[in-house]
Design a protein around this ligand. Structure first.
Ligand code: BGC
Length: 399
């Protein structure tokens, strides 16, 4: 018996060693990977990283290419910085924190004079940004606030709280919550918890819907309300779809009506409409919200399977970012006057109170989001020239 036990233990040890060996060999990033090693490897001499040959190098770090918008952000930013005579390094992090940290360090090494960063995880960039500080490179947090660090100079985004308010206001109108005698049923699909914006979208929507929830006019049969339990890691369409399918199968069997799904953005809305198509059997149209105006969702708005999206003009966001970058590169300390000096024909507010990243309140330039439904989509997205149709009627984004 003892012999058998010894053999079993020996085999277990061999397997354990093999697994540890494989992990090391694979060089998989562990959760605790720090950037200190990378920093010394990649940046032996931090002081010399600025380009000294008259070039102005702008490093742009975007989260991922899977979502339509970041591709467009990258193109707009690159085109405009290049028009200004800058050399642009544009990198996408595949939604991986370690990749984004490497991207940032590499761009500093390549001589970046300015960094524009849309964070994968807002709270994970502190160490990399300490390197930016040592290299004297100003940092603009693009669209998503970078958290828990002093090393972020400015933030450019939309009024994120208002995005949620617009989604909720649409539902209040669509479900006639003010006047309808019948209780309406809703489910919630929130964004990625490591994206600081997701909380703002959630709060804007929930604060606006709360009075109707309190009065019992709006009910979630699953009982899932709070931010974390409704959140969607990486804003994934598949995860949103899977979660809603489970909810539909558990809480909305035949003849059990659902009126709305509050989705934080278009990638999650796509998951929700797919889940409804697959597993919702009552004949009513469920009001689905979104954000971004992605092409697939625009088709769904025309088809009636998505009720609205919140449009954020990415051209405007990049125009403001480039103007801000230009000013920082000159060594200025931009403030409210940046807006007047540029006489933009769109609304932009300078905000020095609302975006506290845990270390400081980050001065922010905030643009206006707009609600888009089937009623105004032609005017807002097509007549404006943002989108167009080819000769076969296919929709494409104008670059
Ligand atoms: C952006 C949204 C986008 C989401 C997923 C958010 O930070 O503000 O526009 O839909 O990320 O990428």
């Amino acid at each position: 018996m003892k012999k058998v036990l010894a053999v079993v233990i020996a085999i277990a040890l061999i397997i354990a060693c093999f697994l540890v060996g494989t992990r090391l060999y694979d060089n998989e990033p562990s959760e605790n990977t720090t950037v200190v090693a990378t920093e010394t490897e990649v940046l032996p001499d931090i002081k010399d990283t600025h380009s000294d040959d008259g070039r102005t190098v702008v490093g742009i770090s975007m989260p991922d290419k899977l979502l339509e918008r970041w591709n467009r952000d990258g193109i707009f930013l690159r085109n405009q910085f290049e028009k200004d005579g800058c050399e642009v390094k544009l990198r996408y992090a595949n939604n991986l924190i370690d990749t984004q940290i490497d991207d940032i360090l590499t761009m500093i090494k390549e001589g970046a004079d300015l960094l524009v960063i849309a964070a994968v995880d807002g709270a994970a960039l502190g160490d990399a940004l300490d390197v930016a500080k040592k290299a004297n490179v100003p940092v603009i947090a693009y669209d998503r606030l970078i958290m828990d660090t002093e090393v972020v100079d400015y933030y450019v985004s939309f009024d994120n709280y208002k995005v949620g308010v617009l989604q909720a206001e649409y539902l209040i109108r669509k479900l006639n919550l003010e006047h309808s005698g019948r209780t309406k049923y809703i489910e919630f699909v929130s964004g990625d918890p490591v994206d600081n914006n997701a909380r703002y979208f959630y709060s804007g929507a929930m604060d606006t819907l709360q009075p109707y929830i309190d009065k019992g006019r709006l009910v979630s049969r699953s009982g899932q309300h709070d931010f974390y339990e409704t959140s969607t890691s990486q804003w994934s369409t598949d995860l949103a779809q899977q979660r809603l399918q489970i909810i539909l199968n558990s809480y909305y069997p035949d003849d059990t009506r659902l009126d709305a799904v509050l989705c934080a953005n278009d990638s999650t809305a796509l998951g929700a409409t797919r889940a409804l198509e697959a597993d919702y059997t009552v004949g009513n149209t469920v009001a689905v919200t979104g954000q971004d105006g992605d092409v697939a969702n625009i088709y769904n708005i025309f088809a009636g399977t998505q009720g609205m999206t919140v449009f954020k003009d990415l051209q405007e966001e990049s125009v403001v970012t480039v103007a801000l970058g230009r000013s920082l590169l000159k060594g200025d300390k931009p403030d409210e006057s940046l807006i007047a000096d540029n006489s933009w024909d769109f609304k932009c507010a300078f905000n020095t109170t609302d975006y506290d990243n845990g270390q400081k309140v980050v001065a922010s330039y905030l643009l206006e989001p707009v609600a888009v439904t089937a009623d105004n989509i032609e005017e807002l997205l097509f007549d404006s020239g943002y989108y167009s149709r080819n000769s076969s009627g296919l929709i494409y984004a104008v670059e």
